[in-house]
Design a protein around this ligand. Structure first.
Ligand SMILES: [Zn+2]
Length: 268
């Protein structure tokens, strides 16, 4: 009797969770703890297995296993360097894995496959998913922390706001170095869930409910961001590389952080 791929994937998933938890024990064993390369090679093998299980492209799995999570930064740096950061194919936003490069064909194919699967399920859902993927996206930090945003016109909405543009600009200048970009926008919901500690006056937890609504967003490309709810004046997000990089490691410093990227529809 044959076993379907889905059943095999569920079984593999269970085994991998089990292996990861047991590995923490093994890693502390003195025989293993003195040999760092054992940990490194073992975790690399696990990463490859997990990637295969999730049906991610082989090129991307290998590149992630080899170079680690920083590969995401390199991909956005490539988009910037080649002037494609405002026209990223929508398929790139549809995938969950870290692509091996900004031109990875297998990633584009997989993204298209996901979008086609959504379209088969329902036209309305396809429209909803695509319209969300086409929103400009603020890249908070290298760990794939994105915020979708819909820019809105200040003159049309200023009556509803408790924080004026001038007031916000002054606040932002006290907290961020030039050149500062400022956008008034609606934020429906942060895109990826990642946890971070809270350390006033910084506000780094991501996502947090304060981040949803009409926002003044200021950012210094590559350096940091300051975001305030334009209707209530409440702080939504305040983070700078100087505060954050020392905690996570220099590898995460990148000009691709704290910028707005935009996607385009490449096919039907
Ligand atoms: Zn790839």
């Amino acid at each position: 009797m044959g076993v379907s791929k889905d059943e095999a994937a569920v079984k593999l998933r269970r085994s991998l969770v089990d292996i990861r938890s047991r590995f923490d024990e093994i890693r502390e064993n003195p025989i293993v703890s003195s040999r760092k390369e054992i940990s490194k090679d073992f975790l690399k093998a696990l990463t490859i297995l997990e990637g295969v299980m999730l049906d991610y492209p082989e090129c991307c799995i290998n590149s992630y296993a080899e170079k680690g999570p920083f590969i995401r930064l390199r991909v956005y740096e490539e988009f910037l360097e080649t002037g494609r950061d405002q026209s990223i194919p929508i398929e790139f936003w549809a995938v969950a894995h870290a692509p091996c490069s900004s031109t990875c064909k297998r990633t584009l194919e997989l993204g298209r496959k996901y979008l086609d699967a959504v379209a088969e399920f329902s036209e309305n859902l396809k429209y909803h998913v695509e319209s969300r993927l086409l929103l400009p996206r603020f890249y908070q930090t290298g760990g794939a922390r994105f915020v979708d945003l819909q820019p809105i016109d200040y003159d049309q909405h200023k009556e509803e706001l408790s924080v004026s543009r001038t007031q916000f600009e002054d606040e932002a200048r006290l907290r961020l170095p030039e050149p500062i970009e400022i956008v008034l926008c609606n934020i429906p919901r942060p895109y990826v869930l990642v946890e971070a500690p809270e350390e006033p006056p910084y506000k780094m937890a991501f996502p947090n409910p304060d981040m949803i609504g009409t926002m003044w967003l200021a950012y210094t490309p590559g350096f940091g961001t300051y975001m305030v709810n334009a209707k209530t004046g409440k702080l939504a997000l305040y983070i700078t590389s100087d505060k954050w990089i020392p905690k996570v490691g220099e590898e995460w410093r990148s000009k691709s952080n704290f910028r707005i990227y935009q996607s385009v529809k490449t096919q039907k």
